[in-house]
Every structure is written in C-alpha cells, then in structure tokens.
Design a protein. Structure first.
Length: 206
C-alpha cells in the first residue's frame, strides 16, 4: 500500500450529505476483484446521463476539478453497504483524501486499508473549506499528515485536524492489515519457536 505523508492537489467540493456506497460505485461494478479500472465508474450515476454522456454540472466533470485528489464531502459519507469497492473506486480515480463532518464506520475503516486519509472536521470548517475550493481560482490544498494540518489555497493558512496515532501510523507507513501483521513477524516467529519446543506434537514432521 502506498504510504501517505503529504498530499498537494486539487480539492473538489461535493455538497451532498448521506452519499452512500452505491452512489460512490454502483452495484453492477462489484463483480470484479481488481482494485484498478473502477475510477471510470466512480459516482457513475451522478457523473453520466443514461446515454453515458458526462453531466457538465457534476463537480468532477468540471475542468477545474477533473484531476482532484481531495474530496470535500458532506456528512455521513460512505453510508450504505460495506463494499470495499467504494474506496477502490476513489483511489483509482485519484482521490487520496476525503474531508467530511462524519463518515460511516465501515467505509472509514476501509479507507485506512487502502491508503486513503479520511479527515473528520466540524461542519462549519468543512463548509469553509468547501467554499474556498469553490471560490479559489486554483483550489489546490496541501494535506500534511505528519503535522496533521490542512494548508488552504489562499494565504497558506493552516487548519489542524485530529487523527489517532494508530491510524496516522498505518497511513504514514503504508500498512494494510497484512502489513500490520508483518510488523509483528519477529514476535510471531519467536512464539512459534517456543511452541515448537514446548508442544512438538503440534508440528508433525517438523
């Protein structure tokens, strides 16, 4: 998993609450187990009309935000089903950070498993960032995970955010659940060696 340290990129304002995982990635795209190729279908029913043409008013179709890597979303983002394809689709599109007043729990945890930083801020701060992303000629923000601050596009003003040390460690080191287990490899090996001596019948032929 790619580590997350500092991200500088365009922030797209998505002023919608309760965006569920079916809106993020519709169910017909869940047959794949690949983590690539889903970016085209991200927000498919919001981005395209029934004929597959881009809807100009949708934020990610606007020239200013087509290369967005930060999403400033509404409350309860990622609600609905637990599909991990939702963060896969965001990541494949290029979104590596989502800022919102709140997240659905499973989606929030899935973000850490895929190298996406979910930032929870008070609603008034999210609204301020969304307004700045809308009004700025160049809506480029910097998210500094090491310092836990967001650098805003006008005047280099900083907005701090909170994140627990464990989540921060996982993203900084690029550790998914397998990576977290491998961090304990020496302890696991030591346990197995002691067990092999004390309970050799568990290791036939070994």
């Amino acid at each position: 998993m790619q580590p997350f340290t500092t991200l500088t990129g365009v922030a797209a304002p998505l002023a919608m609450d309760n965006v569920d995982t079916d809106a993020i990635i519709p169910k017909q795209h869940l047959k794949t187990i690949k983590r690539t190729g889903l970016g085209r279908a991200l927000f498919e029913e919001l981005r395209y009309d029934l004929d597959g043409r881009a809807i100009p008013d949708f934020v990610l179709n606007q020239p200013k935000y087509r290369d967005a890597s930060i999403l400033i979303a509404g409350a309860n983002f990622g609600c609905g089903s637990s599909r991990e394809h939702a963060p896969w689709a965001l990541l494949d599109f290029g979104i590596r950070c989502v800022i919102a007043p709140s997240f659905a729990d499973i989606f929030y945890n899935n973000c850490f498993n895929n190298g996406i930083l979910p930032i929870v801020l008070p609603p008034e701060d999210v609204e301020t960032l969304r307004r700045e992303a809308t009004d700025a000629a160049d809506p480029t923000f910097t998210v500094d995970l090491e310092r836990r601050v967001i650098v805003r596009p006008e005047g280099n003003r900083e907005l701090p955010f909170e994140l627990d040390d464990f989540g921060r460690h996982r993203l900084l080191e690029g550790l998914d659940q397998v990576g977290l287990t491998l961090e304990k490899q020496a302890a696991i090996k030591g346990f197995e060696e002691r067990q092999r001596l004390s309970q050799p019948w568990l290791y036939p032929g070994g």
